[in-house]
Design a protein around this ligand. Structure first.
Ligand code: ADP
Length: 362
């Protein structure tokens, strides 16, 4: 099985622990995204798979074997870095096949792999150019081609698209999925960009400060985040989170309260937690200048027009809140009624920041 298993992996640099007791199984042939803010330990995790860093403790298994003592060159990986560093004095073709020549692969096989990669990554006609005569997007495709031709069991990518502009990134995302669908390698992709994570990943592993926060499908990390960090990191603009107190079917925000539906009441009462954080995504609300039943009341502070959506910023009992709506009927200073879609709310234990879960029907 071309799976990768992290067993109690810790990594420290001096006294700083940058990966903390990581237990994780990356399935054979899946596209796993390691996502998280800068400095959370994503690259270090990937580099341990690549054999470029040694764990401080714990074991890594690849293809069923412990690889702690296996050199990088013997791990059957292909890797693409953010700074893909092509050789400037070599042509596109020479750059792509450099690694294969070093591995003493037969020249017919090299030719076949080169042609397939050049075609897949639309580099036809550029084979004899030097990197300085290519655009950023073309150079990045050469770096991908160089990794693709290796046909390793494990395809490791570390922020490979971050040097590209938004349009090229969108295009390259689709190319990466195509590469994976062609070769079905176990694919591990590091990024801080949630759009890449959501669009490329079969599963997303979200890290923060060296800790794995959640690992699940993109749909589940968006719809059912396991803790407040995940809830706020995934989704843009971020989820609104309020500290509320629960009592007798109601959640109370200072002087205002709204009633929870029966299924949420059951869940909250079975958890026996009264001090909650109440989460609502900006896209999951109704707002109105007319009074809405079971809503909070706020004051509009600021309007932002994104073209396709309008962001309405307002304040409820001192909390800054944003709602995303299709059209704007508000101006600064207006009173506004804010009604969450109760099918899409989130409740967290304020003390542990963990989700209390979701009613069965959600
Ligand atoms: P990410 O990829 O999530 O941005 P990294 O895995 O690169 O984060 O780094 C995690 C932490 O480890 C950071 O605080 C970084 O400064 C630190 N770090 C990474 N490599 C080294 C190193 N060789 N020596 C000391 N600290 C390092």
């Amino acid at each position: 099985m071309k799976e990768i298993v992290f067993e109690n992996i810790c990594k420290s640099y001096g006294k700083t622990q940058v990966v903390k007791n990581l237990n994780l199984t990356i399935k054979e042939g899946e596209r796993l995204i390691i996502l998280g803010p800068s400095g959370c330990g994503k690259s270090t995790t990937l580099r341990m798979i690549a054999g470029l860093e040694q764990p401080t403790s714990g074991k890594i298994y690849m293809d069923g074997k412990c690889v702690n003592e296996v050199k990088s060159g013997d791990r059957n990986i292909a890797m693409v870095f953010q700074n893909y560093a092509l050789f400037p004095h070599m042509t596109v073709k020479e750059n792509i096949i450099y690694g294969l020549k070093a591995h003493k692969i037969h020249k017919d096989e090299i030719e076949e792999r080169l042609n397939a990669a050049v075609k897949m990554l639309k580099l036809e006609g550029l084979e004899d150019r030097k990197p300085k005569d290519l655009s950023g997007g073309q150079r990045q495709r050469v770096a991908l081609a160089r990794a693709v031709v290796k046909r390793g069991d494990f395809f490791l990518l570390d922020e490979p698209l971050s040097n590209l502009d938004a349009q090229l990134r969108g295009h390259a995302r689709k190319e990466l999925v195509k590469i994976h669908e062609t070769y079905n390698q176990t694919f591990i992709y590091v990024t801080h960009d949630q759009v890449e994570a959501m669009t490329i990943g079969d599963r997303v592993a979200l890290m923060n400060k060296g800790d794995l926060q959640m690992i699940d499908t993109p749909q589940n990390v968006y719809n059912k985040p396991t803790n407040i960090f995940t809830a706020k990191f995934i989704g843009s603009p971020s989820m609104n989170i309020f500290d509320v107190d629960y009592k007798n079917k109601f959640i109370k925000l200072d002087n205002q309260k709204i009633e929870l539906s029966n299924s949420w009441v059951e869940l909250v009462e079975s958890n026996k937690i009264n001090e909650l954080s109440f989460g609502v995504r900006p896209e999951h609300v109704e707002i109105s200048s007319e009074c809405l039943p079971n809503s909070f009341k706020g004051i509009v502070k600021y309007i932002e027009d994104y073209g396709n959506k309008i962001g309405v910023y307002f304040e409820i009992e001192g909390n800054e809140v944003i709602a995303l709506v299709d059209d704007n009927k508000f101006k600064n200073g207006d009173e506004i009624y804010y009604k969450p879609n109760f099918e899409k709310i989130h409740l967290f234990d304020r003390e542990t920041t963990m989700s209390i879960g979701y009613p069965k029907e959600i």
